[in-house]
Design a protein around this ligand. Structure first.
Ligand SMILES: [Zn+2]
Length: 247
């Protein structure tokens, strides 16, 4: 795999020299690759004020650039949580996809960019022994703050390539789906069971879940579905509760 190297000084050590065990996917929310790169290399001030970085960034044409070695802790996820772990930067490899994002005109991820992402993820997973289920979005690990990579990101295609898991509800999942709509506590507990942060508010958890597992919610003409569970989404949630491994 052809990977350009542009070393950044924005990193520190992982605890105990542990190998990464997660991959976190992002979009840059910048007009250009150069703008994001300026933040990672420290030659452009980040609007958030802090210093940021990533292990990899993938341009819309599929070009892959590496900024931080995988054995180091890059600064991409910020305050984050998944399945009892906080500070996901300690455990994760970060990959940024160049995309203007919500701020500058969110648009589809081109096929060449997605193909490069699939190749890169497979390589990282194989070298570090990362389970398919441990590839997540920034919005999954920071649902109160972040919405990237967002609802235009095709997690179902990724799961088809062996990266991440995507639910395939069966009759028993559809049978109990209604229970999730009637009982907010039951619903919240299910999100926590599959890894989400117990401290996040329920509407934030629903949105994060929909961005990853029920993108159809965002194609709704009336825009009533985002942030609100329906039976089809609840059936997928139940499938994930039943089939969860390697959170
Ligand atoms: Zn992000």
């Amino acid at each position: 795999m052809n990977i350009l190297q542009k070393p950044s000084e924005h990193y520190n050590d992982r605890q105990n020299g542990a190998k990464p065990s997660y991959i976190i996917l992002h979009y840059t929310e910048t007009r250009t690759l150069q703008e994001a790169e300026g933040y990672f290399l420290g030659c452009r001030e980040h609007p958030g004020g802090g210093r940021v970085s990533t292990h990899y960034m993938i341009d819309e044409d599929g070009t892959i650039i590496q900024y931080v070695n995988e054995r180091h802790r890059a600064w991409h996820a910020g305050v984050s949580y998944w399945a009892g772990n906080d500070d996901m930067n300690v455990r994760a490899v970060g990959i940024e996809l160049v995309n203007p994002g919500r701020k500058y005109g969110y648009r589809a991820f081109p096929a060449r960019q997605m193909e490069a992402l699939v190749r890169l993820c497979k390589d990282i997973m194989a070298r570090n022994g990362i389970a398919a289920s441990r590839v997540l979005g920034h919005s999954d690990v920071a649902p109160s703050r972040k919405s990237d990579p967002g609802e235009l990101f095709d997690w179902e295609m990724m799961a088809g390539a062996g990266i991440g898991v995507f639910p395939k509800p069966e009759a028993e999942d559809r049978k109990v789906a209604g229970d999730y709509l009637r009982d907010e506590q039951f619903l919240k507990e299910a999100f926590i069971k599959i890894g989400y942060d117990p401290k996040a508010a329920l509407p934030e958890l629903i949105l994060a879940f929909q961005r990853h597992y029920y993108r159809e919610a965002f194609g709704d003409q009336d825009n009533t579905l985002p942030g609100r569970m329906n039976e089809a989404a609840a059936a997928r949630l139940h499938w994930l509760v039943r089939n969860r491994t390697d959170l």
